[in-house]
Design a protein around this ligand. Structure first.
Ligand SMILES: *[C@@H]1O[C@H](CO)[C@@H](O)[C@H](O)[C@H]1NC(C)=O
Ligand SMILES: *[C@@H]1O[C@H](CO)[C@@H](O)[C@H](O)[C@H]1NC(C)=O
Ligand SMILES: *[C@@H]1O[C@H](CO)[C@@H](O)[C@H](O)[C@H]1NC(C)=O
Ligand SMILES: *[C@@H]1O[C@H](CO)[C@@H](O)[C@H](O)[C@H]1NC(C)=O
Ligand SMILES: *[C@@H]1O[C@H](CO)[C@@H](O)[C@H](O)[C@H]1NC(C)=O
Length: 352
C-alpha cells in the first residue's frame, strides 16, 4: 500500500512538471526575448546589434516592428527568414557579411518600410524583392559588391522613395528599373565604376528629367571610357552622346558618315554589350571551348592508350597461342630452341 501511494505521488509530480514546462513554453512564445538581444516592448523594437551573431535569432517576439541586427557577422538568410515577425517595419542588417540571401528571404514582410543592407557582400539583387516588400520606402544597399541590378521590375515599386547603391561595382543602370520606381525622391549613385558609353544614355536622360522634377541625386561620375573619366554624366553634352548604333540588320536609315563617327565615343568592340545581369553567360563560350578541347585531348589520349592495349592484347594472345601450340606437342619432339629455353620446364614436369 505504501509503495502504491509513492508511485501515485510520483505520477502527479510528473504531471505537474509537464504542465509547468508546457506553460513556460507557451509563455516563451509570447513574452520571451532572444538570449543575445534587448527587447523593448514599449517601442516594439528588438536590438540585437553588435552581438557577434552568425545567424538571425530564431525566437523573436511576434510584436517586433523594428529589428536592429547591424554590426554582426550574419552571412546568410534562408527562405522566409523573418516569417515569425510579419509586422516588421524597419530592418537594419547593415555591416554584416551577407552574401548568400535566399530569393524569398524577405518574403512575408508586407509592412516593411526601411531595409538597410549596407556594408555587406551582396553580389546581386533579386528582381522579386519589390514583390516581397510592396510597402518599402527606403532601400540601402550601399557598400556591397553589386555588379548588376535587375533590368526592370515586374510591377512598379509604388512607395520606394530612397534608393542608395553607392560604393558598389555597377557599370550600368537601366532606365527601365528606375522608371519602375515612380515615387523616387533620393537616388544615391556615387562611387561606382560607371561606364559612360552609349548604354548609359538612358540613365542620363532619366536623371535629367528626375532632377528637373525636383528629385535629388549625388550624380554619376564616369569611370570609363577615357574621354569621360572623372566627368559627371550630366555634364557631357548631348551632341557627343548618341544612342547606340542599331544592329546592321535593323539599321534602315543610314546616318551620314560624320554622324556615325560621333555616335560612339568608344570603339565598337563590345558596344552592343548590354552589360546587365544577363551578360553573365558571356564567359560561357570560352569555358565551352576549353571543355571541348579537354574532351578532344582526353579522347586522343584514350584512343592511343586503347590502341596500345589492343596491340598488347593481340601480342599476348599470339604469344599464348604459340606457347600453347608448342606445349600441345609431345615432349619428345621438342626442338633445340625449346631445350635451351625450357630447362626449368622439363625439371618441373619430370616428377609428373
Ligand atoms: C561593423 O561591425 C563590427 C562588429 O561586427 C564592428 O567592430 C565595426 O566597428 C562595425 N563597423 C562600422 C563601420 O560600424
Ligand atoms: C542601421 O545601423 C546603422 C549602423 O549602426 C546606423 O547608422 C543606421 O542609422 C541604422 N539605420 C536604421 C534605419 O536604423
Ligand atoms: C544604413 O546604415 C548605414 C550605416 O551602416 C547608415 O549610414 C545609413 O544611413 C543607413 N541607411 C538607412 C536608410 O537607414
Ligand atoms: C503606399 O503607401 C500608402 C500610404 O502609406 C499606402 O496606403 C499604400 O497601400 C502603399 N502602397 C502599397 C503598394 O503598399
Ligand atoms: C579605337 O581604335 C583606334 C584604332 O582602331 C585607336 O587608335 C583608339 O585609341 C581606340 N579608342 C579607344 C577609346 O579605345
Amino acid at each position: 500500500v505504501f509503495d502504491e501511494g509513492a508511485q501515485l505521488e510520483e505520477g502527479t509530480m510528473k504531471g505537474a512538471l509537464l504542465l509547468l514546462s508546457s506553460v513556460s513554453v507557451l509563455l516563451q512564445g509570447v513574452g520571451s526575448c532572444p538570449e543575445k538581444c534587448f527587447c523593448h516592448p514599449s517601442s516594439n523594437s528588438v536590438d540585437c546589434s553588435g552581438r557577434g551573431l552568425a545567424e538571425t535569432p530564431s525566437d523573436l517576439p511576434p510584436w517586433t516592428l523594428t529589428l536592429f541586427l547591424q554590426d554582426n557577422r550574419i552571412h546568410w538568410l534562408p527562405a522566409l527568414a523573418f516569417r515569425s515577425i510579419p509586422l516588421l517595419t524597419t530592418l537594419n542588417l547593415s555591416n554584416n557579411s551577407l552574401s548568400n540571401v535566399a530569393s524569398n528571404a524577405f518574403y512575408g514582410l508586407w509592412h516593411l518600410q526601411v531595409l538597410n543592407l549596407s556594408q555587406n557582400s551582396l553580389l546581386s539583387l533579386e528582381s522579386n524583392l519589390a514583390h516581397a516588400l510592396p510597402r518599402l520606402r527606403e532601400l540601402d544597399v550601399s557598400s556591397n559588391s553589386l555588379s548588376c541590378l535587375p533590368t526592370s521590375l515586374d510591377e512598379p515599386w509604388e512607395n520606394l522613395t530612397v534608393l542608395n547603391v553607392q560604393q558598389n561595382h555597377l557599370p550600368h543602370l537601366k532606365r527601365a528599373l528606375l522608371e519602375s520606381m515612380p515615387r523616387l525622391k533620393l537616388v544615391l549613385l556615387k562611387d561606382n565604376p560607371w561606364k559612360c558609353n552609349c548604354h548609359l544614355l538612358g540613365l542620363k536622360l532619366w536623371l535629367e528629367r528626375f532632377t528637373f522634377e525636383g528629385g535629388v541625386t549625388d550624380g554619376v561620375v564616369c569611370g570609363v571610357p577615357e574621354p569621360w573619366n572623372g566627368k559627371d554624366l550630366l555634364s557631357i553634352p548631348h551632341e557627343l552622346y548618341q544612342p547606340c548604333p542599331l544592329p546592321p540588320s535593323l539599321n534602315e536609315q543610314p546616318g551620314s558618315p560624320s554622324e556615325e563617327a560621333l555616335k560612339s565615343p568608344e570603339n565598337n568592340s563590345g558596344s552592343r554589350n548590354p552589360s546587365e545581369c544577363e551578360v553573365k553567360p558571356k564567359p560561357r563560350p570560352v569555358n565551352l571551348r576549353r571543355a571541348v578541347a579537354t574532351v578532344v585531348i582526353t579522347g586522343v589520349v584514350c584512343g592511343i592508350v586503347c590502341l596500345m592495349m589492343l596491340a598488347a592484347a593481340i601480342y599476348g594472345c599470339a604469344y599464348a597461342a604459340i606457347t600453347a601450340r608448342y606445349q600441345g606437342r609431345p615432349l619428345v619432339s621438342t626442338g633445340e630452341s625449346e631445350k635451351m629455353a625450357g630447362g626449368k620446364e622439363l625439371m618441373d614436369r619430370s616428377p609428373a
